[in-house]
Structure formats: C-alpha cells, structure tokens
Design a protein around this ligand. Sequence first.
Ligand SMILES: O=C(O)[C@H](O)[C@@H](O)[C@H](O)[C@H](O)COP(=O)(O)O
Length: 229
Amino acid sequence: MPDALHRYANADALAEALATQVAARLRAAIAARGAALLAVSGGSTPARFFERLSHEALAWSKVRVTLVDERWVLESSERSNARLVKSLLLRHAAADANFVPLYVEAPTPEAAIAALRARIATLPTTFDVVVLGMGGDGHTASFFPGGDRLAEVLDLNGTARVLPMRAAGAGEPRITFTLPALLDSRTLFVHIEGEAKRAVLDAAREPGSTLPMAAVLRAAPQLDIYWCP
Ligand SMILES: O=C(O)[C@H](O)[C@@H](O)[C@H](O)[C@H](O)COP(=O)(O)O
C-alpha cells in the first residue's frame, strides 16, 4: 500500500494543490495520447477543487470527465453528482470538456445497467486520473459498508466495470465504478478534509480493517491522499 499523505493548512490550499496536480496529469495524458479521461467524486468536499480546476488552462476539449459514482436521482435534484459537476467543474476553461454521466433515464440503476455499460464501453478502460472522496463511515465511491453488492464491487477479479449499489447509508440507490475499474488508472487521488475523516482513514489503515476504504488502500499500487484539517 504505497500511499502518500499530502497535508495542507486549509481547504483553499488543498484545492489549489490538487487542481494543479490533476491539471498536470491531464496535460501529460493529452501530450502522450491526445486525450485524457478523468473520474471525479461527488458529495460536498470537491466543490472548491472543482472551482479551482475549472480555471486550469489546458485542452479541455480533449478531456472526458465522468464520475466514480452517481446517486439514482434526476439531474434536477440537489443530490445529483452530475448536477454538481456541471455547475462547478464544467465551466470557465473546463466548459469545453466532454461529460459522460452515469445516470440514464430509467427507474432504477439495475434497469439501466445495460445502457450504462454500453456508454462506459466507449471510454478507454484506463483512467488518467481518478479522484476519490471518503465518507465518515469509511465508504468511497459507492462502496458502502453493508452495501448489497459490496463484495462484488471490491472483488479484484471481478469483470464488471460498473454495478448498482444499495445500502442503508447511501440515501438512494447508486451506480458505481467497481474497485478494479477505478484501480485501472494512471493516477489515483483521495481528497478528504477534517479530523474526523483523518481518524477514519487511520482506522482504514489498521491491518484487518473491514472498512471499504481499507480495500482501496490495500489494493492501490500508488495513492496520493490530499488532506487538510
Ligand atoms: O456520491 C457520493 O456520495 C460520492 O461520490 C461519495 O463517495 C463521496 O465521495 C463521499 O460520500 C464523501 O462525501 P462528502 O464529500 O459529502 O463527505
């Protein structure tokens, strides 16, 4: 588990550093392969980072942006991660980026899975950058403790790239990229803020931890963790 913890004095300094790093990785991907694929998390933490990244000067028209997970709600909902990305990241310089949403019009993620897999199949299998968040319960993406497909999404030998997920702590049904799919990334960042999440991260680092985040820490070949109090 080679992970590096990068500490910042406050959320603004963290957002600036993370945006600078992510933009550099996207530029390098475009220089090497002519295109870049970025997967970001939703929730409340990424807002400053999205705002900062949206101003980075790079060839955004060559960047595809997707989510590591999505809540099964209409985009008009305040809970929609697509809405968050569109309102805070896909503007300014980044308005030219191509967004690949994980929501399709269907009553449930289970009903949408074939359409979603077809959409995901148009993307390269290797991400250039994945940015994970983490909840206070140790979930990341939609790998929720007690989730109905937790074992399946964490299975490193699993072949599914996206799966539905339902869990008491999730709020609504979700769709999530699986752990092996997210690990197939040239760079992997974790963005967490606050002492409480730092304590959860430390717990996930304990040998034998069953927190979903522990599975990521154990399996990731390299992980850069960005944290501020
Ligand atoms: O849709 C989601 O909920 C996210 O992608 C999720 O995995 C998020 O990263 C954590 O829940 C942290 O969320 P907060 O930043 O709101 O604490």
